[in-house]
Ligand binder design. Structure first.
Ligand SMILES: [Ca+2]
Length: 295
């Protein structure tokens, strides 16, 4: 015995098995499955076919079934389409002060996103450095909630020697299972009251003195400065370091304040390029500001 379910372009069929009765009056049962790709709308029982043991078959058409008062229609309800991307209802990261001068820094991100129908599938985003030349990324995974209100977590790692200064969240992107995506730019995040800034700065006076020392060392390494014990730049940083190590913050500050005159002298003598000199002065100024605060 066989039955077919048909509606125009899509066809289905199902086979039935005897579940009770006897050879002369048998009760059959079977089933058929509709997938999410099945055409929505009214499906018709195209025909029902019954056969006996000797091979005789009888086919009843839709019309024949309807005439006998049997049901012939089955309505497949169309699933509503999901055309709306998720909504970002929470976004934060920690810490907001990092220091990549001594090693890489890891920033932890959390976000909560809601979706109307298919469910949130992904949340990710990017970071950009102050100059715009360096980028970081964070990919998040769902840690709790449900598809319609999901909590995501992820991390971004900024490598050692990443650009210093304020990094911005460049964008946050959330997508749903149906492929709808939405981008939030920094101004969108600010409008929602979410943080967007991450400050990458050396922490502490000592870290900054290290940077100053490293900067002078790298000028020597690239040949911009001659390695000479009498080099006043070395003498200057050494004495700043010594004063700081002895807890003599005022002494360290005096050294830093005399730095400006010395560096300008070296720039005038063309022993130090103007841009290198300005960079060193910037660094020294930052250390001096911190010492002033600490004093
Ligand atoms: Ca959606």
């Amino acid at each position: 015995m066989e039955r077919r379910t048909v509606e125009f372009s899509q066809h289905g069929n199902f086979f039935m098995q005897q579940i009770s009765g006897d050879l002369l009056q048998a009760v059959f049962q079977g089933s058929t499955e509709f997938s999410e790709l099945s055409e929505p709308g009214v499906w018709l029982i195209e025909n029902v076919i019954a056969g006996d043991m000797t091979g005789n078959e009888q086919i009843w058409s839709t019309q024949a079934l309807a005439t006998r008062g049997f049901p012939t229609e089955l309505n497949v309800v169309a699933p509503p389409a999901d055309t709306t991307p998720p909504v970002l209802v929470a976004f934060d990261f920690d810490p907001k002060e990092i220091d990549t001068t001594q090693g890489p820094a890891t920033v932890h991100f959390t976000a909560t996103a809601t979706d109307d129908l298919s469910g949130v599938e992904s949340v990710r985003g990017g970071l950009v450095s102050a100059s715009g030349s360096q980028h970081g990324h964070f990919f998040m995974r769902q840690v709790s909630g449900d598809p319609l209100r999901a909590v995501f977590e992820g991390t971004a790692e900024l490598p050692q020697f990443s650009e210093l200064g304020v990094w911005q969240i460049e964008n946050v992107i959330a997508g749903d299972q149906a492929g709808n995506e939405r981008f939030w730019l920094p101004e969108d995040l600010v409008a929602l009251g979410f943080p967007t800034s991450l400050n990458n700065a050396p922490q502490g006076v000592e870290a900054k003195i290290n940077i100053l020392e490293d900067a002078i060392r790298s000028l020597v390494n690239c040949g911009a400065l001659e390695l000479n014990k009498a080099n006043p730049l070395f003498a200057f940083v050494r004495s700043t370091r010594r004063a700081f190590d002895q807890g003599n913050l005022h002494g360290a500050l005096i050294h830093l304040q005399s730095f400006d005159r010395k560096v300008r002298h070296w720039i005038d003598k063309q022993i130090l390029s103007a841009s290198d000199g300005e960079q060193l002065l910037d660094m020294a100024g930052t250390v001096a500001d911190m010492l002033l605060e600490a004093e």
